[in-house]
Write a new protein. Sequence first.
Length: 105
Amino acid sequence: MTIYSYSKSILGVIFATALLIGVAHAHTSTVTGTISEYTPGSELVLDIGTGEPVQFKLSQNVVYVDSDGTMLEAPGLTTNLRIHIQYIEVDGDNVVDKVTLLENY
């Protein structure tokens, strides 16, 4: 192996380690609730049964799926729809990256 090959290998290990550290700090949470407010492509507010509505921002790459896990292109979210979301906290905001519809829409 040449020095160039060793350098590429070492850089690969460094970048992989940095990626794993970044992923480890991005703790994913989930919650189920009913949509009480919705702004398409921007945010939604969920009633999760605690009496306090919880606000979430929608990621630009949010994925929508039905209860079977089938990806949906244009889900047509509305208020009073029961959903399950996956989100991470980014700079104090709850940012949704996956929405699962729990009922027909």
